[in-house]
Design a protein around this ligand. Structure first.
Ligand code: CP3
Length: 346
């Protein structure tokens, strides 16, 4: 059994040299796997999240099939919205729906504080089951949404293209935005700490949509709060991955928000991003998830390009720039794991 210190994923999070480059995938559990679709016939998505045995089962599904170097607990960034009081539903094919979105000061005042241990203990219980099942083979990652991405759903009431109401609250009512951020940051820090108490060995903060902002607004209205959550989470002592997409023009600011690892998408070459961040900064990325749909030789060319740009430096965790798509062939995902593990620098 590997000890915490020997896992190649955790070593890379600390910028240490590893035998081969560690790799895992965002959304490595989910609809592209038949085992997941079979379980989904019998349970709704939220049922699976709320039932620790099912969430643990889904977390484990891809591990042996793919041979990845980390597991990520099966849950959703939107789960804290339930105890906060906005409601949360997943309409078939439509993605998340928040029935009582937060639009006014009164809505913000009505948001309830959350005791993660008491109200979201099902996530902690799932983490405990997974830890005992993987029996030290690979580490387990916990996660939460970052303040901007979480609040974009909370305010818009679902997925959004323009983020109009979210941006309007930020720009017109910075006082309300601050009030909302204070509440949300407190919930997120408590939720992340609960996951580490339950056994999570690393944490990832998902800021999937923050790339829609200007660097000016990111710096003033988001960075301080993302930083607060990351620093709160780092008090646990486990590494924190700061993930975002569309942020390559402002990676210097993303770095200021902090995190032991910075995860970026495919819109920038890995070597350019690493140069901007500094080579002492551990990084994660950055294959375009679309590439996984292409024929194997096409995938290989892109995987090798990323590996070449990393130049075998310590502190690179291979991942996609965003989650696996629904219709991705499982054997392509597995092939990428092997390509990365078998890669040798010339
Ligand atoms: O990575 C993993 O394997 C862990 C599980 C995980 C899920 N969601 C499961 C899920 C993680 C880390 C998330 C994070 C998440 N959830 C994010 C941030 C990452 C990203 O993808 O940008 C966001 C924005 C959400 C919110 C969310 N949850 C959306 C927009 C959707 C619908 C997406 C879709 O493709 O329909 C979900 C549902 C969801 N979360 C599914 C899964 C496996 C699909 C549910 C299903 O229909 O089976």
């Amino acid at each position: 059994m590997e000890t915490n210190n020997e896992y190649r994923f955790l070593k890379a999070c600390r910028g240490e040299t590893t035998d081969v480059t560690p790799i895992w995938f965002m959304r490595q559990a989910g609809r592209y796997m038949k085992a997941y679709r079979d379980l989904k016939e019998k349970h709704t998505f939220l049922e699976m999240c709320h039932t620790p045995e099912l969430a643990a089962e889904v977390t484990l599904q891809p591990l042996d099939v793919l041979g990845v170097d980390a597991a990520i607990i099966f849950a959703d960034i939107l789960l804290p919205l339930e105890p906060m009081g906005t409601g949360l539903e997943f309409a078939v094919g439509d993605g998340p729906v928040i029935p009582r979105p937060v639009k006014t000061e009164k809505d913000i005042d009505n948001l309830r504080p959350v005791n993660a241990k008491e109200q979201m203990g099902f996530v902690g219980d799932a983490i405990k089951i997974v830890r005992s099942e993987i029996n030290g083979k690979i580490p387990l990652i916990g996660f939460a949404g970052a303040p901007f991405t979480l609040c974009s759903y909370m305010i818009e009431g679902g997925k959004s293209k323009e983020f109009k109401d979210t941006k309007m609250m930020m720009l017109e009512r910075p006082d309300l935005w601050e009030k909302l951020m204070d509440k949300v940051c407190a919930v997120l820090i408590d939720y992340l700490k609960m996951q580490v108490d339950a056994g999570a060995q690393a944490l990832q903060l998902f800021d999937s949509w923050v790339g829609c902002l200007s660097p000016y607004d990111y710096e003033r209205l988001i960075l301080p709060y993302t930083k607060r959550v990351i620093e709160g989470a780092q008090e646990t002592g486990v590494p924190v991955i700061n993930f975002s997409t569309g942020t390559s023009p402002m990676l210097n600011l993303v770095k200021q928000a902090g995190g032991d690892v910075i995860s970026f998408d495919w819109r920038i070459n890995l070597d350019d991003a690493w140069k901007t961040l500094g080579h002492d900064q551990p990084i994660q990325g950055n294959l375009d998830p679309s590439a996984l749909m292409a024929p194997i030789p096409v995938i290989k060319e892109r995987v090798f390009d990323i590996m070449q740009r990393a130049e075998g430096r310590p502190g690179h965790i291979f991942n996609l720039g965003h989650g696996i798509f629904q219709f991705t062939p499982v054997d392509h995902v597995k092939a990428v794991v092997d390509m990365v593990h078998e890669y040798r620098n010339a």
